[in-house]
Design a protein around this ligand. Structure first.
Ligand code: FES
Length: 103
């Protein structure tokens, strides 16, 4: 199942998920103190904010960590481009598409 969402520069992936009723867990409330908002970015990684050390530390705890993993609450959209992410905590076949830019 793919879901296309609108987002704006400055939004983080968790914000976009929550605004669109997508079940992206966020046990710590989005303060980089858990790894439940783990997402895998399959397109647009360079259009997200740089990963900081505290995010990398939390990501080490994430199940199914990949080189394209980010924490949804820490990955901020920095450009008006398409971003595609997968939420591994859900069915791995489910990918969510976030389309950057307002209509
Ligand atoms: S919600 Fe806990 S690190 Fe993102």
């Amino acid at each position: 199942m793919n879901i296309t969402c609108e987002a704006l520069v400055g939004d983080n992936i968790l914000d976009v998920a929550m605004a669109n009723n997508i079940d992206l867990q966020h046990n710590c409330g989005g303060v980089c103190a858990c790894s439940t908002c783990h997402v895998i970015v399959t397109k647009g990684m360079t259009s997200l904010s740089d990963q900081q050390d505290d995010e990398a530390d939390q990501l080490d705890e994430a199940e199914g960590l990949t080189l394209d993993s980010r924490l949804g609450c820490q990955a901020v959209l920095t450009e008006d481009v398409d971003i595609v992410v997968q939420i591994p905590q859900m069915n791995p076949e489910i990918a969510h598409l976030f389309h950057e830019g307002a209509h």
